[in-house]
Design a protein around this ligand. Structure first.
Ligand code: SF4
Length: 622
């Protein structure tokens, strides 16, 4: 995306913008300045730029159901209006049947958090999860904050690893981000001394990530915290994300004064503060993929505005939230899908219904173009500005799934997906093909090709084309039969694989360290070139065959202009992306120079030859 022109009233932001627009990491002092500034418009524009680079026009939401199984709590945190003692008139306990009745086949994500019940057994919590998994196998389960995990660990004398493992086995797929409050010893001592602190919260999330369980993170702001404490909180989240990469989203939660024991008569946070919190989070958390505008606490209108201040997720329908409402939130307890769609459309964005892992399920907008968010496709998109189309970043394998449902008008399709859907797609004369080495489709291995017979190869879940190329090379070129397994979504160690296939920016990043374990690196495009003396076409542009003539010619014009600019300006494109990938600008330019972006005779011949090899592979495998 092209850098917008921003006129700064606060000149301190000019220096921060230099960093943001070249992907240089912001410091504590930068974060402090961002919270202090009154140049609100410039702050929003910077955050929106980062949001657009990361997520294009997409705003995610889910058809979700919040479940709080009980409000009976052993603790009495000062800021909480939800937890009560067993004999309080508001006390409740939901049975498993009552919980199941709150769900239906339309729900795609259940979000379970609650109070720390003095009498329930750990088995009871596991039963809740298991019952949901058995009755609703399609629903993603996000359950139990670090506060609850810590409570289970202490009360039932189980290690954190064991608690997480048993919940994971029962069906938990991700942890919610609640319970972080503000990472500050002062606030911990003052507001919730009996509850876990920053160290424990971070350690639980670290353990979850290492066990392959992604999570989310929050901050509860707008009470007694200082700007320094806010910035420090954000930087601690960023630092853990550097270590594990396990956070899916960050969710600023606006404090609801209610009748809590702090600020009893205070006003809620201002819209300005809510938007600032979103914008600064987007700018400081450069490694967290999504920032959520939690409408339940900030109001629908502010959440909708936040979609142009850095947020790319609007939570979801929620369905019966109690914790924030017991603390005085005046928002509805749930929203209809139509209301969510209109809040997102009002912000000029594409509503994308997602699952728990942010895979798109449905796109509620016409004329959406799928964009592979890897460096190699950047030349197509830097000048891709057209009022007729909206861009949606997608990992390669999702392109075909959505095009098949007619939810994408066009895009850069992975070759295998194009071949699968070619009766409904019309190819355009642009592609992504490697001249020889591609440098970003790499097999990391401890064995030579011939020695991979019978060995276990882990392959990324993001691609089908590169996996097919690997299979063709193994079986047809080398006559080797290896065992190919999909890698789980989050991997901390690859030591139980004999080889691992990675693609895109992930492969580029690990080219130097070979995942810290492997000795050999094979470039799959180079293997193909050596064998066939042809480039390898990884992806090609195509549009729905049902598109109108106007849509086709508008897309061709936009693409033409964009790639013309992209091909002539590798150096300009590389500044930002090289820094993000921690490679030098020279490496970045050389990498892009290895691609051909236009379909020619040799590319067409290569596609034909690849199709022939796939037929041969099928014959061998049969
Ligand atoms: S914040 Fe959670 S742990 Fe603290 S009193 Fe409320 S429900 Fe209990």
């Amino acid at each position: 995306m092209e850098k917008p022109l921003i006129r700064f009233r606060d000149k301190r932001l000019q220096l921060i913008w230099e960093k943001v627009s070249t992907a240089e990491r912001l410091t504590f002092d930068d974060g402090h300045t961002l919270f202090q500034t009154n140049d609100f418009y410039a702050l929003g524009k910077m955050a929106r730029y980062v949001q657009m680079v990361k997520n294009g026009d997409a705003v995610y939401f889910s058809l979700n159901q919040k479940i709080e199984p009980t409000n009976i709590c052993v603790l009495t945190c000062k800021f909480c209006n939800f937890g009560v003692t067993k004999y309080h008139p508001r006390a409740y306990e939901l049975t498993i049947d009552a919980i199941l009745k709150m769900l239906n086949e339309q729900v795609r994500e259940v979000h379970i958090t609650g109070a720390l019940h003095p009498e329930w057994s750990f088995e009871h919590y596991v039963h809740i999860i298991r019952a949901i998994r058995e009755h609703f196998p399609r629903i993603g389960i996000k359950a139990f904050t670090a506060v609850e995990i810590w409570y289970f660990h202490k009360k039932f004398n189980l290690s954190i690893e064991e608690v997480l493992k048993r919940l994971q086995e029962a069906g938990v797929q991700a942890l919610p981000g609640g319970g972080a409050e503000v990472f500050s010893e002062r606030i911990h001592n003052e507001l919730f001394p009996q509850k876990l602190g920053a160290k424990e919260w971070l350690s639980i999330h670290r353990t979850a990530h290492l066990q392959g369980l992604p999570s989310n993170a929050t901050i509860l702001y707008g009470h007694i915290e200082t700007i320094e404490e806010r910035v420090n909180h954000l930087l601690q989240i960023r630092s853990l994300q550097d270590e594990t990469g396990g956070f899916l989203s960050f969710i600023p939660l606006a404090f609801q004064p209610g009748t809590t024991k702090i600020k009893p008569y205070a006003y809620p946070t201002s819209a300005l503060d809510d938007l600032k919190m979103i914008a600064v989070s987007r700018l400081l958390l450069d490694n967290v993929p999504h920032i959520k505008a939690y409408w339940v606490m900030s109001t629908e209108e502010v959440a909708s505005a936040a979609l142009n201040y850095g947020a790319d997720d609007l939570e979801g329908t929620v369905g019966g939230e109690r914790i924030a409402h017991d603390a005085g939130a005046r928002t509805p307890t749930k929203l209809s899908i139509n209301r969510i769609l209109s809040l997102i459309r009002d912000a000029g964005k594409i509503p994308v219904e997602r699952d728990i892992m942010y895979n798109p399920i449905a796109i509620h907008s016409p004329n959406v173009i799928g964009k592979i968010p890897y460096l190699n496709s950047v030349p197509f998109f830097t000048k891709f500005t057209s009022s007729s189309f909206k861009l949606l970043p997608l990992i390669p394998k999702q392109m075909g799934i959505l095009a098949e449902k007619k939810q994408l008008l066009a895009g850069l399709f992975p070759l295998i997906e194009y071949l699968r859907l070619k009766s409904m797609l019309l190819p355009l004369p642009y592609c992504l093909s490697s001249r020889d080495q591609v440098k970003s489709v790499l097999l990391f291995s401890n064995e030579g090709w011939k020695q991979l017979e019978g060995k276990k190869i882990g392959v990324t879940d993001a691609t089908v084309t590169s996996v097919m190329l690997l299979k063709v090379l193994l079986r047809v070129k080398y006559n080797v039969n290896a065992h190919i397994e999909r890698l789980p979504p989050m991997m901390s160690s690859y030591t139980h694989y004999d080889a691992v296939l990675l693609i895109g920016d992930q492969a580029l990043k690990h080219k130097k360290d070979a995942l810290g374990y492997f000795e050999l690196i094979f470039d799959l495009a180079h293997e193909w070139y050596e064998w066939k003396r042809l480039p390898f076409v990884f992806a090609l542009w195509a549009i729905q065959a049902s598109a109108t003539e106007e849509e086709k010619s508008a897309l061709l014009n936009t693409l033409n202009e964009s790639i013309d600019y992209g091909e002539r300006n590798f150096a300009k494109l590389c500044g930002y992306h090289a820094k993000q990938l921690k490679i030098s600008e020279i490496e970045c330019i050389e990498y892009l120079e290895g691609f051909n972006f236009r379909m020619g005779q040799r590319e067409l011949a290569s596609i034909q030859e690849f199709e022939r090899c796939i037929s041969e592979l099928i014959t061998i495998e049969h």
